[in-house]
Design a protein around this ligand. Structure first.
Ligand code: SF4
Length: 850
C-alpha cells in the first residue's frame, strides 16, 4: 500500500457516508507490486456504484492487469461528502487498490460514456492536484487519456486530454501501452511520445489539430497542425469478441451497485438501424458471441463471483440469433443453483412466446419496450421497426407469462413530429394500459418520455433539436392526454436534454464552457439532485457562447466537429438515409442498403409471425423451488480490519455469494424468488471488527467440517468462520436470543481517568442520549442498557444490551458518558468480543443454547 493509506484509514474512511465506495478490497481485486511497472489509473468520472456497473471498465481492468509490466488500479468520482473530507484534510484523490495519489501514475485513463460526466473529469483532475488543461501539464504529470462512447465526438473535451482512443479498446490499448512503455524507457519528452502515439490507428491527439472558423464564425473543420498526425482518425473495431477480453473472475463489489450481477456481453452492435440511434452506428458491425463461449463465461463468472443473477448484455438482446437456445441452456445449467437471467434490452416484435417461455423462471420485475414514437408514420421516419401489433402482442405475451410491469419509452421532438404523433403516444399507451386490465389487477404500465437529441453519426445528425419551450409545450399536452388513473409517467428534464444536445454535437469552444461550469459549481450533473442549469447558463454567458446555436439545423454541406473521425459510415450514406426518412420510405428498401460497407448494418428483419401472435392466455403455474433442509448449523465468524467498513447489508450479500461459490448444499425458500436459508445475529456496526459474530444456515445434507473449510475458502479476505455446530431445527433464533454484547476500545486516557469516568457513569440514574429515528430526533435513556464497564490497561470493556428490548451503543457511552467529541470517537477502533445471552446472572454464548 502507498504510505498515504494510513491517513486514508484514519482521516477519511471513518468519516464518509459510504466507505465501501473507497476501500478497494473487493472480491477478485488485483493488487500488483508497482516496481518496474507502467502504472495505469482507470478512471470513471461518476461514483463507484455506476462505474462498477460498466462492463467496459471490468474489461480494461482485466486486459491491462494481464500485462506483466503494467498495473491497473481504479478511481471513481467521490460523493460530495467524501470530496469535502479530502479537501479539508488535504488528501489527494487516490486509487482504490493501493491508495496511490493520481499524480504518481504514468497514465490516467478516463472512460467517457456520457456527456454529463464531463465536469466529473475536471473534478477528479482538480482533486488530484493536477492542472486541468493539457497545455498546462508539463513533463512530470501523467498522460491523461480517454476512450469510451462519448469520445466519438471528443471536441468539447479536447482541451483537457492529451489523447483519445477512438473505438473498441481491447486491441489498441496494447499498442498504446507498448508505445508509452517504450517512450518511458527512451526518456522521450511528452510531445515526442504523443507524436509516436498519434501514429497508432484510432489515437487522436487533439493538440496536433485545430478547429477553424470562417469570417462568419462558422465552423469549417478540424485541421492538422503537424504533418506527422493523420488526417483522419480511423475508429478501432475488434472483429470478434474474443474470450481473452473478458475477466474469468470479475470484481464483485461489497456494496450494492447499479447493476449488481454477472454481466455477460452476448453481442456488440445492433442488427437494427434506427435513424436516431448513435449506438448502432458506433458499435457496428454486429458481432455475436457463440453460445459455448457464453456458457463458459457464465460458468467461470458464477463460480468466481457467486452472483445470483446473470444479465445478457447487448443493445438488443432479442436480436441475438439463438436467444431461446442460449436462455434454455443457461437455465438448465444454472437454475438448480437458483441463478436467474435478466434480458435488459428487448425489442417488441422479437420478444416471442418462445423467448417468454424460456425465461419463465427469471425474476419478473419489469419488461421494457421502446416504441419511441406513437404513430406508424413517425416510427417509419425514425426507422423503428415496430408496429402497434408487435407491441401489443409482446405486451400480451409478457403479461400472460407472469410479468406485472411493462415500461414503455418514447421520445418527443423527433424530426417531423406533430401533435398527432403525441396523440398517437397517448393512444398506444392507452391500448397497453387497457390490455393490462384484461389480465386483472396487479398489472401496470410505466411510461418514460424523453426529448429527442440529434446525435453524431446518425442520419439525423444535421437536424434541429426542439427548443425548451416547445418541448415543454409538448410535455404539457402529453400530460393532459396521459391522464389515466394509476399510470406512472415520468418526463426527462428538458434542460438536461438541452445540455446533452449542446455537448453531444459541440465543438472545441465548449471546453472553456465546461471549465467555467465546473468552476461555477457544476459536478455530478448526471444526478438530478445536483444538476443545476444555472451553473451552465452562466458559463455560456461568461464565454459569450449561445448554446442554442448548437441545436440549430445544420447545413448538409457544412463541416461537423466529428468529421475528422472515421467510423466507416460515409456521409453520403447518412444523407441518403435522411432523405429516405423524410420521404417516408419504408424498411423494405433493402437493395441499396445492402450495398453499404457493412451489410450487417441493415439485415433483413427475421419475422417469426407464428411465434408472435399467439394470443392464448397462458396460466402461470408456480414452480416448486423449495429444498428440504436436513440440518441447521450455527457458525461463529470474524470480521477483520481490512473489511471493517463493509456494512451489515453488504455482509449479508457477501455471505450469500460466498455460500454459492463454495457450493455447499444450502436449502432455499419456496416461490419464484427463492432465498437461501440464512439468518444472521445482531448487525455489527460499521467500522467495528469482531471475533464473535454468528449466523445460522440450513443445509440439505448433514453438516460436516468439510462444509466449513469450503466456505472459508470462498469467503473474501477479512472474513473467517471460526467454528460451526449443528443445532436443533427449533433452536431459538439468534436475533431473539442474543441480548448483550461485549465491546473493547483502546482509549488515550490514563487508567485513572478511565476509572473515574466509569465510576461517574455507573453512579448516574439516567444517561440521556439523542438518536435520530425516522428523521426525528428523540431522547433515550441508556443507563440501564450499560450492564458493565471495566478498565483493563487503558482499554475500556463495555457490556451493553442489544436487541429490540433496549440497547446502548458503545459510541454513545464515550460521547455522552466520557464527554468525548464525535469525531474523536469515530476514529477509534472498536472490537466486538462477544455476542451473549444474559439469563439472570449467567452469560451464555450462542453456541451454548443449541
Ligand atoms: S434497436 Fe434501434 S435504438 Fe435499439 S440499439 Fe438497435 S438501432 Fe439502436
Amino acid at each position: 500500500m502507498h504510505p498515504l493509506s494510513e491517513r486514508i484509514k484514519k482521516e477519511f474512511l471513518p468519516f464518509v457516508m459510504k466507505p465501501g465506495r473507497y476501500v478497494g478490497n473487493e472480491l477478485n481485486v488485483i493488487k500488483k507490486e508497482p516496481e518496474g511497472k507502467l502504472k495505469f489509473a482507470l478512471i470513471y468520472p461518476d461514483i463507484y456504484e455506476n462505474g462498477m456497473s460498466y462492463l467496459g471498465l471490468q474489461i480494461l481492468y482485466h486486459i491491462i492487469n494481464q500485462r506483466p509490466n503494467s498495473l491497473c488500479e481504479r478511481v471513481f468520482l467521490p460523493w460530495p461528502d467524501a470530496e469535502e473530507i479530502l479537501k479539508n484534510n488535504s488528501i489527494p484523490l487516490f486509487s482504490l487498490e493501493s491508495h496511490t495519489p493520481l499524480k504518481e501514475f504514468d497514465v490516467l485513463g478516463f472512460s467517457l460514456t456520457y456527456e454529463l460526466n464531463y465536469t466529473g473529469v475536471l473534478n477528479i483532475l482538480s482533486l488530484s492536484g493536477m492542472p486541468l488543461f493539457s497545455q498546462e501539464r508539463k513533463e512530470d504529470f501523467p498522460l491523461v487519456i480517454a476512450g469510451g462512447f462519448s469520445v466519438f465526438n471528443p471536441e468539447p473535451m479536447a482541451d483537457f486530454f492529451d489523447l483519445f482512443v477512438i473505438g473498441d479498446a481491447e486491441e489498441v490499448i496494447h499498442q498504446v501501452l507498448d508505445s508509452i512503455e517504450k517512450g518511458k524507457k527512451e526518456n522521450l519528452k511528452k510531445r515526442e511520445l504523443l507524436v509516436e502515439l498519434s501514429r497508432i490507428s484510432g489515437v487522436y491527439v487533439p493538440s496536433f489539430y485545430e478547429p477553424k472558423y470562417d469570417a462568419n464564425n462558422r465552423f469549417t473543420g478540424v485541421w492538422r497542425k503537424i504533418p506527422e498526425a493523420p488526417e483522419k482518425i480511423i475508429a478501432q473495431t475488434v472483429s470478434e469478441l474474443k474470450p481473452e477480453y473478458y475477466p474469468q473472475a470479475p470484481l464483485v463489489p461489497f456494496i450494492e451497485t447499479t447493476h449488481d450481477r454477472l454481466t455477460l456481453e452476448i453481442m456488440r452492435g445492433c442488427g437494427q438501424a434506427c435513424r436516431f440511434c448513435e449506438a448502432t452506428s458506433i458499435y457496428r458491425p454486429k458481432r455475436e458471441k457463440g453460445i459455448e463461449q457464453i456458457l463458459k463465461e457464465a460458468d467461470c463468472g458464477l463460480a468466481s463471483t457467486g452472483y445470483e443473477e446473470i444479465s445478457l448484455l447487448s443493445l438488443s438482446s432479442t436480436d441475438y440469433k439463438n436467444l431461446p437456445e442460449l436462455v434454455q441452456r443457461l437455465q438448465k445449467k444454472f437454475y438448480p443453483k437458483r441463478v436467474s437471467i435478466a434480458l435488459p434490452s428487448l425489442r417488441p416484435g422479437s420478444f416471442s412466446m418462445e423467448i417468454a417461455k424460456t425465461i419463465t423462471q427469471t425474476k419478473k420485475t419489469g419488461l421494457t419496450f421502446a416504441p419511441e414514437a406513437g404513430t406508424q408514420r413517425l416510427r417509419d421516419v425514425i426507422r423503428k421497426n415496430i408496429t402497434e401489433e408487435n407491441l401489443l402482442s409482446s405486451v400480451e405475451i409478457a403479461y400472460s407469462s407472469g410479468w406485472n410491469l411493462i415500461k414503455l419509452y418514447f421520445m418527443i421532438g423527433l424530426p417531423t413530429e406533430t401533435d398527432e404523433d403525441l396523440k398517437g403516444i397517448a393512444d398506444l399507451v392507452g391500448k397497453v394500459f387497457k390490455l393490462g386490465k384484461t389480465f386483472g389487477p396487479g398489472k401496470s404500465v410505466n411510461v418514460t418520455i424523453s426529448p429527442f437529441t440529434p446525435k453524431p453519426y446518425t442520419p439525423f445528425q444535421w437536424e434541429k433539436q426542439e427548443k425548451i419551450n416547445e418541448i415543454e409545450r409538448r410535455i404539457s399536452l402529453l400530460k393532459d392526454l396521459l391522464d389515466f388513473r394509476n399510470l406512472k409517467v415520468s418526463y426527462r428534464d428538458p434542460l438536461v436534454s438541452f445540455l446533452e444536445g449542446v455537448l453531444g454535437r459541440g465543438d472545441r469552444k465548449l471546453s472553456k464552457v465546461i471549465h467555467s461550469a465546473w468552476k461555477n459549481g457544476a459536478k455530478l450533473d448526471a444526478w438530478i439532485e445536483f444538476f443545476n442549469y444555472a451553473f451552465w447558463r452562466n458559463a455560456f454567458e461568461e464565454n459569450q457562447i449561445d448554446p442554442e446555436e448548437y441545436l440549430q439545423i445544420r447545413d448538409l454541406e457544412q463541416s461537423l466537429p466529428w468529421d475528422h473521425l472515421d467510423k466507416g459510415l460515409s456521409k453520403d450514406f447518412l444523407k441518403r438515409e435522411r432523405e429516405r426518412a423524410f420521404r417516408l420510405q419504408k424498411v423494405e428498401e433493402e437493395k441499396e442498403l445492402a450495398d453499404e460497407k457493412s451489410p450487417e448494418y441493415f439485415p433483413q428483419p427475421e419475422k417469426k409471425e407464428d411465434e408472435l401472435y399467439g394470443r392464448k392466455k397462458k396460466k402461470v403455474t408456480s414452480i416448486p423451488t423449495s429444498t428440504v433442509a436436513r440440518s441447521k448449523v450455527r457458525l461463529r465468524w470474524s470480521k477483520g480490519e481490512e473489511i471493517r467498513f463493509t456494512s451489515h447489508l453488504d455482509v449479508l450479500r457477501t455471505f450469500e455469494r460466498a455460500i454459492r461459490r463454495s457450493g455447499i448444499p444450502i436449502a432455499y425458500s419456496e416461490g419464484f424468488h427463492p432465498h437461501p436459508r440464512i439468518a444472521f445475529g445482531p448487525p455489527l456496526p460499521l467500522g467495528f471488527v469482531s471475533e464473535a459474530e454468528y449466523l445460522d444456515i440450513q443445509l440439505t445434507e448433514p453438516f460436516s467440517n468439510e462444509h466449513l473449510s469450503r466456505l472459508n475458502k470462498a469467503l473474501p479476505q477479512g472474513f473467517k468462520i471460526m467454528e460451526g455446530k449443528t443445532i436443533f431445527t427449533k433452536a431459538e433464533s439468534l436475533s431473539s436470543a442474543i441480548n448483550a454484547a461485549l465491546y473493547k476500545v483502546e482509549l488515550s486516557f490514563s487508567g485513572i481517568e478511565i476509572q473515574e469516568k466509569i465510576e461517574y457513569i455507573l453512579s448516574l440514574r439516567n444517561l440521556m442520549v439523542s438518536r435520530v429515528s425516522k428523521e426525528k430526533l428523540k431522547e433515550v435513556d441508556i443507563r440501564f442498557d450499560i450492564l458493565k464497564l471495566e478498565n483493563e490497561d487503558s482499554t475500556l470493556n463495555m457490556l451493553l444490551s442489544v436487541g429490540s428490548a433496549g440497547y446502548a451503543k458503545p459510541q454513545e457511552v464515550l460521547i455522552y458518558g466520557f464527554g468525548m467529541k464525535e469525531k474523536e470517537v469515530l476514529s477509534l477502533l472498536f472490537r466486538r468480543e462477544g455476542l451473549l445471552i444474559k439469563r439472570q446472572d449467567q452469560l451464555l454464548s450462542p453456541m451454548e443454547i443449541i
